[in-house]
Design a protein around this ligand. Sequence first.
Ligand SMILES: C[S@@+](CC[C@H](N)C(=O)[O-])C[C@H]1O[C@@H](n2cnc3c(N)ncnc32)[C@H](O)[C@@H]1O
Length: 307
Amino acid sequence: MVSRAMREEAAVNDKIEILSVELLTKHRERVAELTRLSERLPIQLGWHYLLDLAWMLENLGNPRGLVILDAGAGLGVMQWHLLEQKAAKVISVDRVDRSELRLGIRARYRVTGMRPADLKSGAAIVRKNVAAAAGAGKISAALRGLGGLFLSALPKAFPGKLVFYHHDLAFMPDIPDNSLDAAVAVSALEHNASEELPGVVSEIMRKLKPGGRLLATLGAAKEKDWFHEPSRGWNYTDATLRRLFSLAPGAPSNYDRFDALFASLKDCAELRDNLAPFYSKSGDNGMPWGKWDPQYQPVGVCKTKPA
Ligand SMILES: C[S@@+](CC[C@H](N)C(=O)[O-])C[C@H]1O[C@@H](n2cnc3c(N)ncnc32)[C@H](O)[C@@H]1O
């Protein structure tokens, strides 16, 4: 039974925060580390992801030894960073099939599937790659595939385990209730319309231990919710976020600084000058054709399960 006092305490931790570009200077070392990791993997970063990641890690605290859900993880950098920070287990959920994860990534981290179909074996991937390369007469590519299998079987540098789970966030029957220390959702929940999002939030909250925290970043809208077609993401007002995440009325927010924060984001040379190359290749993304012109700003939502 959750008492009124417990609910009030959780509400104190709840907040809505439009992400300020000051996070880049406040967390300079961490930002550099995340940038290096994205280059090493390599995984290109979304145009505002360094803000999202810095804010989330600031609010998460030390992940060492924790069991963390990465909700709508894709192949994003957060899950690998959490493993490198010695999280005990990261459950990486997405409705996109990632069962053919690159061997190069498997060489570095301990990755398994929640169920056999969630992650194909390294041998199955190599068989497929080698057959395709040999069929095309590319013998050196076939040999590289075999080398990848050897590397993916070597001992890993980090103790934690990453578990891929191919599922919708609104229903995660294979994750026990009250089993997660924390949940992060980097620029993922905005791909759920307002009718769907409360179901996703309550399923994540059900899986968190009492006292566990959900940290999510989405797009912010000033006066009216709107859909950004190129990135297929929703931007939500302060009132909508409070309703969809069932935040307490007293949860603080900085939406009163919406315009000033947006102006600094538009002026941010560091993000502008480091746009990932994939943006220039299409108009079907968050920064169409790589032209620096932010149409929305990222906002973080923090929701704590009453202890
Ligand atoms: C823009 S990508 C971000 C991926 C990752 N978090 C990152 O940092 O790169 C959003 C991801 O969220 C996933 N997603 C959104 N809503 C979901 C849902 N209801 N169930 C499962 N996956 C979802 C999408 O499939 C997509 O892979």
